[in-house]
Design a protein around this ligand. Structure first.
Ligand code: NAG
Ligand code: NAG
Length: 678
């Protein structure tokens, strides 16, 4: 039984009461009795169910029975009334000799009111789900879901729809969560009664509520086709901004009225994603006295998180930039992308204005709900020449946009999204991460100073929760991005993937092996225009280089330990790729920082089983690059195809590689985030 409401009954008076089906009325019999009453009886219409508490000895309430102290009459009705004052109830009081002392009469009007949402997450708004005001994660979970309306319906409006407080297109409705107000009762509510919808001030910062201009009179088909089942004329804003409470129409009979709830704010440090909407029935008192709510129904929504897509998901679209010196590279990439049947999106020189680092400008993700979902680009605070690209070129119908503005005046290199990656799904000490874990790079935890990813972006990432982030140490790198020393590739066995790590030790081992086999004279950079060739003997003889690489290996090993712990990996899940680094003086920090010595093969583009890998230009044995041979032998056994692409002049010399110069939009996970156990 729902809410219990205490009611007065007056001897000699008729009191008219509006009753909401599902609640319970309670009348204190003793309190309303004439002074010398000893007995009472109750008579009511067949539509009314009455009981006494504590229960009486008599079999029927129609017979006079002893009036006890604190005795309550409990009243319920199971159906809405057809007309006002339809049901009646009277209490008769008797004296010592069972003489009648008076009658207290109630006229009852029953209404059914239910504010409904899709709490069982099947895309339809069911009637009065008992869990509509709560939220539970997991396959047996419940609770309605809200999308942030961060796409735009108009291709010329270069702002997400959430920035305007009106609906201009029918297609905008599918980005909102359906909510239905269902009522049953007489043609109109008794004089003075009204329905209001209301939200808290803080929730008004996160949602808006719109109403369909016309009611959908109930037929047998409900909800499923609620969007298209009636003609959409206009959709007035009901709640949002400064409007926290508004009267909403009551239609008599059996009716349902469609509402649309728009999410306008992503989860963040100060917003856990829960919002509530209330619907109250207000009872008039007298002029000048505020109406009192006699019934309130509440629904709860949770805002969908922004979810990143790891390398193991199927690519949809590959983004690269055209710059004056990368034509040949783009042609080679085109072949690989076409082979997989993906779309290649080459940003023109006009769009890129010489900025080739499209990895750094944005990160692709998506949002999802039982009724709708779409990709959402997270725009980095980096803001290079590509700064306008996500908003100008990507935002559109069913393509959302979100960004965070740092409080610092200038962003640093760690704010670039080459420093924001995500692992494939993992299980760590029995805890499942079916969407993987976000990986970012920060300053060494013990460092007092150092570059860090800006707090507003970190806060945003942590608040999404489903891909609980892991912070690695990347400030030791000159550029400072995690994608300079790690990547993930799909694998047919074990956890379904391998973690690739750059490894100076593996490189030294390979070079020493070459020397031992009599290839000490073989040279790196043989065919490269922009570099001086160097022999294996020369590299191995360079003590400073060895010291620098020992330091780099320590930094990577520190991260390796964190990754093993936080992703639940074993050594067999990790492959070391032979990469050497060098230390260069950073003007900004006046500290030595690491850069790849030759093209950094771990900074690859993963397209299904096809890998586009920076061509290392290593020492040749029998005319074949020994580094390529090694990498092939490490990866091709996993069913992967390695294509080495020359990015030396256009990317490597500018402190980036293929991954930095590309971005891949991937299919969303098949798994639904709300089914995750938290
Ligand atoms: C219902 O009863 C109340 C109080 O007795 C009265 O004021 C009202 O006019 C009645 N309504 C109708 C439609 O009879
Ligand atoms: C950088 O961010 C990490 C992760 O949030 C935090 O633990 C660390 O204290 C920050 N370091 C500095 C120097 O601000």
């Amino acid at each position: 039984m729902g809410l219990r409401r205490t009611l007065r009954a007056d001897v000699g008076n008729v009191i008219s009461v509006v009753y909401v089906v599902g609640t319970e009325l309670s009348v204190n019999l003793n309190r309303s009795a004439p002074p010398s009453s000893k007995f009472f009886s109750v008579k009511c219409s067949s539509t009314v169910q009455c009981s006494i508490q504590p229960p009486s000895q008599e079999t029927s309430l129609l017979l006079p029975q002893t009036l006890q102290r604190n005795q309550l009459l409990l009243v319920t009705m199971s159906q809405a009334s057809q007309s006002e004052n339809e049901s009646k109830l009277s209490v008769r009081y008797y004296g010592e000799k069972k003489e009648v002392l008076g009658n207290a009469i109630l006229h009852l009007t029953a209404v059914e009111i239910s504010l409904d949402v899709d709490a069982d997450r099947d895309g339809k708004v069911e009637r009065n789900n008992p869990n509509k005001n709560s939220w539970k994660w997991g396959k047996d979970g419940y609770g309605a879901i809200l999308l942030v309306n961060c796409d735009t319906e108009q291709s010329y409006w270069k702002k997400p729809d959430l920035e305007k407080d009106s609906i201009t297109k029918v297609s905008d409705l599918k980005d909102m969560s359906p909510m239905v107000l269902r009522t049953r009762g007489p043609a109109k509510l008794p004089e003075g009664y009204k329905l209001t919808m209301h939200i808290s001030k803080s929730d008004a910062e996160s949602i808006r509520v719109f109403r369909s201009g016309t009611s959908g009179k109930s037929t047998n088909t409900i909800s499923g086709s609620f969007l298209y089942s009636f003609f959409v004329q206009s959709h007035p804003l009901v709640l949002g901004g400064n409007v926290l409470s508004e009267e909403v129409p009551y239609v008599g009979g059996d009716s349902e009225w469609n509402y649309y709830v728009e999410g306008i704010r992503f989860l963040d440090r100060d917003f856990d994603g829960s919002v509530r909407i209330h619907l109250s029935l207000l009872e008039p008192v007298t002029r000048g006295i505020p109406d009192t709510p006699i019934f309130t129904d509440t629904v709860l929504f949770r805002v969908a998180p922004w979810i990143m897509t790891p390398n193991t998901l199927k690519p949809v679209e590959v983004f690269v930039c055209r710059v004056p010196d990368n034509n040949k590279l783009l042609q080679q990439l085109e072949v690989i992308v076409a082979r997989g049947g993906y779309k290649l999106n080459i940003c023109s020189q006009f769009e890129t204005r010489g900025d080739r680092w499209i990895q750094d400008e944005m990160e692709f993700g998506y949002i999802d709900s039982p009724h709708h979902g779409f990709p959402v680009v997270l725009d980095s605070p980096r803001d290079g020449k590509l700064a306008d690209f996500p908003l100008e070129e990507l935002l559109g119908p069913d393509f959302g946009y979100v960004t965070r503005t740092p409080t610092e005046k200038k962003s640093n290199s760690l704010d670039s999204f080459g420093n924001l990656e995500v692992s494939p799904p993992v299980t760590v000490n029995g805890k499942n991460y079916p969407f993987g874990r976000i990986i970012i790079g920060v300053a060494f935890p013990t460092a007092e100073t150092g570059r860090n990813m800006t707090q507003v972006v970190q806060d945003f990432l942590w608040a999404q929760k489903v891909q609980d982030p892991v912070a690695l140490f990347s400030d030791w790198l000159y550029v400072g991005h995690v994608d300079e020393f790690m990547s993930f590739v799909p694998a047919p066995d074990r956890k379904g993937f391998r973690l690739l790590l750059a490894s100076p030790d593996a490189a030294y081992k390979l070079f020493k092996g070459l020397q031992n086999d009599g290839h000490g004279g073989a040279r790196i950079f043989e065919d490269v225009k922009d570099a001086e060739p160097e022999s294996v003997d020369e590299i191995l003889g360079d003590e400073d280089l060895q010291l620098a690489n020992n330091y780099v290996q320590n930094c990577i090993d520190w991260n390796r330990d964190v990754l093993k712990r936080e992703l639940g990996l074993e050594n067999a899940d990790i492959i070391d790729l032979p990469i050497l680094f060098k230390l260069v003086m950073s003007k900004k920090s006046r500290k030595k920082k690491a850069l790849a010595y030759y093209p950094d093969m771990v900074n690859m583009i993963v397209l299904g089983k096809d890998l586009a890998i920076p061509k290392p230009f290593g020492p040749k044995v029998n005319g074949v690059c020994a580094l390529e041979t090694e990498v092939r032998s490490l990866l091709e056994g996993l069913g992967l195809t390695c294509t080495f692409i020359d990015d030396f002049t256009t990317y490597h010399k500018k402190f980036g590689e293929l991954h930095c110069g590309s971005n891949v939009r991937r299919e969303p996970f098949k798994e639904k985030w709300w089914n995750m156990e938290m």
